[in-house]
Design a protein around this ligand. Structure first.
Ligand code: PGA
Length: 246
C-alpha cells in the first residue's frame, strides 16, 4: 500500500517567541514539500504557530496531552479539545522522555491516544526499547507491549494513529538504528497492526532517533518506514528541510 510520507519535528522544550517567529518563517520560505510535514513546538507557542501557519500546508501539533476528557480541576494539564481549538492536527503521546521522566505507563499513553482521537487529533504513538532492553534481546517484546496497550484501548481505530518507533538509545545520542535494524522492528509493528485492524496498511510508522539529512534517505527508503520523528535536527530550518525532502 502506498503511504504518503510524514515528517514531524519535535521541538521538545526548546524555543522562544523569537525562535518560533524566525524558524517558522524560514520553513515557510523553504516549503512546500512532497511529504506531509508537521512541527510540534512547546504548547505555549501553538497559538503563535496557528497564526503563522493557518494559510500553509505545514501542520502543527502538541508534544503531549492530558488523558482527562473535558475540563476540570487538573492543574497544569492541557486537554485534547484545547489543542484542537488551536488548530493542532497531531499530538505526540508516549514519547520516551514522558515515559521515563514523568513515569507514564503504557495504559496512560493508551488513554491519551484514545482521548486525542476522540477529539479529532491524530495521536503519534511512540514506542521504543532502551539500550539494556535491546542488549537483553527484548526489543520486540517491549515495543509489542507498548503498542499492544494502545491497540487494546483503540480497537479498529488503531488504523487512525501514526506510530513512531524511537529506540531510546538513539534519541539525541547521534546513534541511529541501521536502516535494516529499524525496518525489522517496523515490519513486526506492521504485522501487529495488521492482526488488529483491517486498515493497518494505511498506518504510517515513523522512525525517530538521531535522524539527520545524511541518514534520512536510506532510512525512509525502507518498505515500512513512512517518515520520521525529528528532534534536534528539527530546530534548524535547512536541516529539517533536507530531511523533509529525503
Ligand atoms: P533526536 O530526537 O532526533 O534529537 O534524536 C528524536 C525524538 O526524541 O523524537
Amino acid at each position: 500500500m502506498q503511504r504518503k510520507k510524514l515528517v514531524v519535528g519535535n521541538w521538545k522544550m526548546n524555543g522562544s517567541k523569537a525562535l518560533v517567529q524566525s524558524l517558522v518563517q524560514e520553513l515557510l520560505a523553504l516549503g512546500p514539500w512532497p511529504s506531509d510535514i508537521a512541527i510540534c513546538p512547546p504548547a505555549i507557542y501553538l497559538g503563535q504557530c496557528e497564526q503563522m501557519l493557518a494559510q500553509s500546508d505545514l501542520a502543527w501539533g502538541a508534544q503531549d496531552v492530558s488523558a482527562r476528557e473535558g475540563s476540570g480541576a487538573f492543574t497544569g494539564e492541557l486537554s485534547a479539545n484545547m489543542l484542537k481549538e488551536f488548530g493542532c492536527r497531531y499530538v505526540i503521546v508516549g514519547h520516551s522522555e514522558r515515559r521515563s521522566y514523568h513515569g507514564e505507563s503504557d495504559q496512560l499513553v493508551a488513554a491519551k491516544a484514545l482521548v486525542a482521537l476522540a477529539q479529532g487529533l491524530v495521536p503519534i504513538v511512540c514506542v521504543g526499547e532502551t539500550r539494556a532492553e535491546r542488549e537483553a534481546g527484548q526489543t520486540q517484546a517491549v515495543v509489542e507491549r507498548q503498542l499492544g496497550a494502545v491497540i487494546d484501548a483503540l480497537g479498529q481505530r488503531i488504523s487512525e494513529v501514526v506510530v513512531a518507533y524511537e529506540p531510546v538509545w538513539a534519541i539525541g545520542t547521534g546513534l541511529t538504528a541501521s536502516p535494516e535494524e529499524a525496518q525489522a522492528v517496523h515490519a513486526k509493528l506492521r504485522s501487529q497492526l495488521q492482526a488488529a485492524s483491517v486498515a493497518a496498511g494505511q498506518v504510517r510508522i515513523l522512525y525517530g532517533g538521531s535522524v539527520k539529512a545524511e541518514n534520512a534517505t536510506e532510512l525512509f527508503a525502507q518498505a515500512d518506514i513512512d517518515g520520521g520523528l525529528i528532534g534536534g535536527a528539527a530546530l534548524k530550518a535547512k536541516d529539517f528541510d533536507a530531511i523533509c525532502r529525503a
